[in-house]
Design a protein around this ligand. Structure first.
Ligand code: V47
Length: 380
């Protein structure tokens, strides 16, 4: 069924076929194997078992109300100190107008994240979400990472639970997965010292899920971390997901070094990109969706990732600023037609989804018994 060059994958394949959960040691084999195509076959098998040929994409818009941040993470090129010349902070009215330039009925999601601004408290975000919901009632607000929620809770001297409940009341629908980086403290000390710890990130996510809000989760790779840090990070996410079931999707984030204090690092290669997608698909047996974020992977690698375990391509985005600030070359947004073209040319079936992975267009009828993706390319 599979063809492996690395025989260690045989044993892991038997586990995958039997539905047996993979261990840390299995994860280390997957994270270090030279057999990229063997690994890809295995991840693709799981991807197709769960989702067939379907590849989700979404029509969304990113909105960063501020880049002013009290943290100064070595990994980040987006943030600016309070009072710094590169900083911006929108009033609620300005933020709504910025969104309004690109949001119409076709847009299903606003993805809202920003810096940890010393003067913006819970009230600002309550007012922002209320104003956005009043103007765009059909739009799902996916906003504020666990790091931002933790900051708002400290700033207001309120338990995170109360912060989340207030924001939910104001219109918060779900949370994005950023800020997780790599959970291991020795890596955090280098890339994001002084930020919310890995343990706390998981604790805030646990609270968010308990309050009925779904979230995504991420891992930033391709900097100073080692394979064991990646495997440990994924297993911690898997463990929390066993408990709460609140993660909708996982997004591996490819590190971009330019303009950061880690600019001397080379950043991940295409091989590490694909290996990380496949590793995530195989270890995260309880998170249904693995997202290829083309902004960070580049459109070409993101397309190939649809055969290495990814089943979701995010998204139209429109105005991306975090990766762009760190030298990202992929662009700031992509038209829906181009997303669909990438998916179709990968011999997959595009399905537009909303943030909760409900199809916005009917799912096409199932394929015939012989699956197109198993046919040789010259057969059609
Ligand atoms: O939180 C920061 C990371 C995240 C850099 O939940 C960097 O659906 C690479 O979380 N190079 C923001 N990465 C992006 C993010 C995201 C993107 C798309 C979808 C979703 C979702 C979430 O990017 C940050 C941080 O973890 N980041 N700086 C950098 N130099």
């Amino acid at each position: 069924m599979f063809r492996f060059q690395d025989q260690r994958l045989e044993e892991i394949a038997s586990k995958v076929l039997a539905g047996t959960r993979l261990s840390f040691d299995d994860g280390m084999v997957l994270a270090t194997t030279y057999d990229l195509l063997g690994l890809g076959q295995l991840a693709n098998y799981v991807r197709e078992k769960l989702h067939g040929d379907i590849t989700y994409y979404n029509v969304n818009r990113h909105l960063n109300p501020t880049n002013v941040c009290v943290a100064s993470c070595a990994l980040c090129a987006f943030a600016e100190k309070y009072g710094g010349s590169r900083g911006w902070t929108y009033t609620v009215e300005e933020a709504v107008e910025v969104a309004a330039a690109d949001v119409d009925e076709t847009v299903s999601e606003l993805h809202i994240v920003g810096g940890l601004h010393p003067k913006l408290g819970v009230e600002y975000y309550e007012a922002l979400f209320r104003a956005l919901k009043a103007r765009f009632p059909w739009v799902h607000i996916k906003a504020l990472t666990m790091v931002e929620l933790d900051f708002l809770s400290h700033r207001a001297k309120l338990p995170v639970e109360q912060v989340v409940l207030r924001l939910k009341e104001a219109g918060l629908d779900s949370c994005p997965g950023g800020g997780a980086e790599i959970f291991a403290p020795e890596v955090r000390a280098v890339i994001c010292d002084h930020k919310t710890s890995g343990e706390r990130w998981l604790e805030v996510a646990r609270t968010v899920h308990r309050l009925g809000i779904r979230s995504n989760c991420t891992m930033l790779y391709g900097h100073v971390e080692k394979p064991e840090h990646r495997v440990d990070h994924l297993l911690k996410l898997r463990q929390l997901q066993d408990e709460t079931g609140g993660f909708q999707c996982f997004i591996p984030l490819a590190f971009h070094p330019a303009n950061t204090r880690l600019a001397h690092l080379p950043g991940p290669t295409g091989r590490l990109d694909l290996q990380t997608i496949a590793l995530s698909r195989l270890l995260l047996d309880n998170i249904p969706h693995i997202k290829a974020y083309w902004i960070m992977l580049g459109a070409k690698t993101a397309q190939v990732a649809l055969h290495f375990g990814a089943n979701d391509l995010d998204g139209t985005v429109v105005d991306e600023r975090i990766t762009y600030a760190a030298g990202g070359q992929a662009g700031k947004g992509m038209p829906r037609a181009e997303l669909e073209r990438l998916i179709r040319e990968a011999r997959r079936t595009p399905v537009e989804r909303d943030t909760l992975y409900r199809p916005r267009t009917p799912i096409p009828r199932p394929k015939p018994v012989v699956r197109e993706s198993t046919l040789p390319y010259w057969s059609s």
